[in-house]
Design a protein around this ligand. Structure first.
Ligand SMILES: Nc1ncnc2c1ncn2[C@@H]1O[C@H](COP(=O)(O)OP(=O)(O)O)[C@@H](O)[C@H]1O
Ligand SMILES: [Mg+2]
Length: 353
């Protein structure tokens, strides 16, 4: 049988570039080489494209921060893409998980793994994810949506009415709505970059100013005292949810360092939860994935409030971490889908879209 021509793209221009190198290397290492004729493509932080010329049978999984060598500059990425049957963008964050590169694949009419343009861009944007999930009546943390405007801020209410406020007035309104502590997040971000927990008004001011360096749109959320659990989904119209896994962050919250640098952060699969709660999480994960027009795959992240066991949807990651120890492949491994078979299924879903 002729091999399927598959391009795997990794790296990318986001703050999650380094994580994508690890994810991409894991995918390249585990793809069935008898089935696929693989073109590995690396995008550097400036957006330049390269062929990754390393022998795929010799790939080692790098540490976060290690950069690929053995690169050959690509002068015309479109020519390369046009020659393949399907693309797997193993890219996280802006310009990879946000619908932009998906738009390029649509223009070129190349099948690709994962969410389409709309689902990708919606889920990349925390403010707009919340709007859609509210409509689907999925429970989420109380939140405020603000935008930076010159040296002031625009507070956007639930009906999209706007008020222009200075930072003092803004903080008061936010605390009225969300209490303290709160989580302050750039609307378009990932891997916890730009996110801070603020325990008082002064910290809130600083956190808002810090988040505004990453995005003009900012989401502020009430703090949920919760366990953090995640559920993987796969499929286009017929969507399957995995068992639920729990994260035990080694720090006060699951910050960038806790995710990638602190070996003490652990995952527990399956999470120790009542079956009725796990079932509710799985159902909600599928409902949310469909509500945001998800396709292919996503990892849906939840909080389970410690005191009440109430579930809150935190976010939907349309291209979750893909290292062999990442939650997404591990959740499927527990359900009997090994890493390589999982990749096959994702690629099949891309071709059968
Ligand atoms: N409302 C909240 N209550 C409690 N913890 C939160 C809240 N929002 C975020 N966190 C903590 O911050 C981490 C990162 O936030 P998240 O919204 O998942 O951002 P990212 O998209 O960067 O992963 C979460 O994994 C969790 O540990
Ligand atoms: Mg997260």
């Amino acid at each position: 049988m002729e091999k399927l021509k598959l391009a795997v793209i990794f790296g990318g221009m986001s703050t999650e570039h380094d994580v994508s190198i690890v994810s991409g290397s894991s995918v390249l290492k585990n793809l069935n080489k008898d089935k696929y004729d693989i073109t590995p493509i690396y995008i550097d932080q400036n957006g330049d494209w390269f062929l990754y010329t390393k022998n795929l049978n010799e790939i080692e999984i790098p540490e976060v921060g290690e950069q690929p060598t053995e690169l050959e500059s690509i002068s015309n990425p479109i020519e390369i893409l046009k020659k393949v049957d399907v693309v797997f963008p193993v890219l996280h964050g802006l310009y990879g998980e946000d619908g932009t590169i998906q738009g390029l694949f649509e223009l070129l009419k190349i099948p690709y793994v994962g969410c389409r343009v709309l689902g990708s861009s919606l889920c990349m944007d925390k403010a707009y994810t919340k709007v859609v999930l509210d409509k689907a009546k999925i429970n989420q943390a109380q939140y405020a949506y603000i935008r930076k405007f010159d040296d002031k801020y625009i507070l956007v209410d639930d009906e999209f009415n706007e008020s222009i406020l200075d930072i003092e007035e803004l903080c008061e309104k936010v605390i009225d709505k969300c209490g303290l502590p709160v989580f302050v997040k750039p609307s378009n971000s990932g891997s916890s970059v730009g996110i801070n927990k603020a325990k008082d008004k002064e910290q809130l001011k600083n956190a808002i100013e810090y988040a505004s360096k990453f995005d003009k749109k900012i989401v502020i959320e009430e703090n949920i005292n919760a366990r953090e659990v995640e559920c993987a989904v796969i499929g286009n119209e017929i969507v399957e949810a995995s068992c639920v896994g729990e994260i035990l962050p080694a720090e006060d919250f699951y910050s960038f360092d806790a995710k990638y640098k602190n070996a003490e952060s652990r995952v527990v699969i399956p999470a120790n939860l009542d079956e009725s709660i796990s079932e509710e999480i799985r159902k909600t994960a599928i409902k949310a994935f469909k509500a945001v027009d998800g396709k292919g795959l996503s990892r849906v992240d939840f909080f389970v409030e410690k005191e009440t066991n109430k579930i809150y949807l935190n976010e939907i990651n349309t291209l979750p971490g893909f290292t062999t120890i990442s939650m997404y492949p591990q959740l499927w491994e527990k359900c009997g889908k090994g890493y390589s078979e999982l990749l096959d299924e994702l690629i099949e879903n891309a071709l059968n879209f």
